[in-house]
Design a protein around this ligand. Structure first.
Ligand code: AMP
Length: 423
């Protein structure tokens, strides 16, 4: 299928061409025609599937056809990183249409707050916002949402997990009640609370589901069974034997992230950390430098695992097993985006084994457990069924083998040609 078959408005279509998108991804193929008809929809789609363009292109199409200087579109997303990423994609697609968006996200920087306030008051076509910060602006009385026609919730499951449900409902109470509105909800998972939200927000929605819970096709996944005390040594071993390109190491807590980055730096590995204790400007600088390959190793909390657009990550290391199985997919989704290949390695300690087994269930694949290098020593045996208290930590025998990759139907099959136009 070709983008020209969607009959997008000229400005939007030209920008798709300029971005080098050759063919729509599966989620785009399904979402764009429905969204162009202004129908409500709920789509189960993970990051890396092209979901952002799937809703941005139809939204921009509507806005280009009926130009106005009022806020007509609102996109809600859970984290400032995702907000900025969506806003950047919007800016990319807006090159030929001249449409405008403003990113609204939290943080302690008063200059950014002021910038956001001024931008809102000056007027824009679309707000891309995290719920808490948007509500704070709304409460001050200068956000005029009375002309809003398009509402999009991105990573709705994450927003609910982060406790934004009241903020979202409050924001919706400020939207016009007697005007038709198109609402689109995107979520990586569909727990019952998402159904509840969708029942209250959407009118006769079309449901779209893309093979969600599996990492993209090109990811080689494997795991090491390790005691906590072995993890840092193992990381050093893995990084030392690799030519370092872009590596992300995820951990669930910022304390571990800080400790690990310190150890890596002491061992002379060029590593930096990103976590919620950094102020916004610092986080943006770290991300920018990582993207621009000024340093190769990024140690991050889960905050980054969703929706962050860094191309060509060669290696993702999960320093611990993510809390929720979908978070594994998000972390691993940082690699092998859009048809490239990458490696994702997970460290599993005794306590995380049952959780890891749930991940294997979700992705419908058994992930190969690589024997630890000799100098690290054996880790715990893999016995995820064992009740955690009674678990006996048998020594692991000499397992042999290489990465094993079970081919799965990857969600994204699109292609990208080189940019033909400079922004
Ligand atoms: P997303 O799932 O929206 O985070 O998108 C993942 C990545 O795929 C982003 O870098 C997009 O710019 C890129 N992308 C989205 N749609 C296409 C497409 N049709 N062709 C090529 N790349 C795409």
């Amino acid at each position: 299928m070709k983008f020209s078959e969607f009959k997008l408005s000229p400005g939007v279509f030209e920008s798709v061409e300029a971005m080098g998108f050759e063919e729509p991804s599966p989620v785009q193929e399904q979402v764009i025609p429905i969204a162009l008809e202004k129908k409500d929809l709920i789509a189960c789609a993970q990051t890396g599937t092209g979901k952002t363009a799937a809703y941005l292109l139809p939204l921009m199409n509507h806005l280009e056809e009926n130009k106005s200087d009022k806020i007509k579109g609102l996109i809600l997303a859970p984290t400032r990183e995702l907000v900025l990423q969506i806003d950047q994609q919007f800016q990319g697609f807006a090159y030929f249409s001249g449409l405008e968006s403003v990113a609204i996200y939290g943080g302690n920087d008063s200059a950014i707050w002021e910038q956001q306030r001024v931008a809102i008051e000056r007027g824009t076509n679309v707000l891309v916002a995290s719920p808490g910060r948007l509500l704070a602006h709304i409460n001050l009385g200068y956000v005029d949402l009375s002309d809003l026609e398009y509402l999009i919730l991105d990573e709705a499951d994450k927003m609910l997990d982060m406790g934004f449900v009241d903020d979202i409902n409050k924001i919706i109470s400020f939207l016009p009640k007697n005007k038709p509105r198109q609402t689109m909800l995107f979520s990586a998972t569909m727990p019952s609370k998402i159904r509840v939200l969708s029942n209250t927000l959407l009118k006769n929605p079309t449901e779209i589901s893309i093979e969600v819970s599996k990492p993209a096709e090109g990811v080689l996944q494997a795991a090491y069974l390790t005691y906590d005390g072995q993890k840092n040594k193992l990381i050093s071993h893995l990084l030392a034997e690799k030519e370092l390109d872009s590596v992300i190491i995820f951990s669930s807590t910022k304390i571990k992230v800080k400790e690990l980055v310190k150890e890596l730096q002491q061992a002379k590995f060029p590593a930096k950390a990103i976590h919620s204790d950094l102020v916004q400007a610092e986080r943006e600088e770290v991300m920018r430098d990582f993207r621009n390959k000024k340093f190769p190793i990024l140690v991050a909390t889960d905050i980054l695992s969703r929706g962050i657009d860094v191309d060509n990550i060669g290696l993702v290391i999960n320093y611990d097993v993510p809390q929720d199985p979908p978070d594994y997919v998000h972390r691993v989704g940082r690699t092998a985006r859009a048809k490239t290949t990458g490696v994702a390695l997970t460290f599993i300690n005794e306590a995380d084994q049952a959780r890891f087994a749930n991940i294997e269930k979700l992705i419908e694949a058994e992930i190969f457990k690589i024997p630890n290098p000799a100098e690290i020593g054996d880790g715990p045996a893999y016995d995820p069924q064992a009740p955690s208290k009674k678990r006996h930590f048998k020594k692991q025998g000499n397992r042999k083998g290489n990465f094993q990759h079970k081919k799965k139907a990857g969600p994204y099959k699109g292609n990208r040609k080189p940019r033909t136009s400079n922004k």
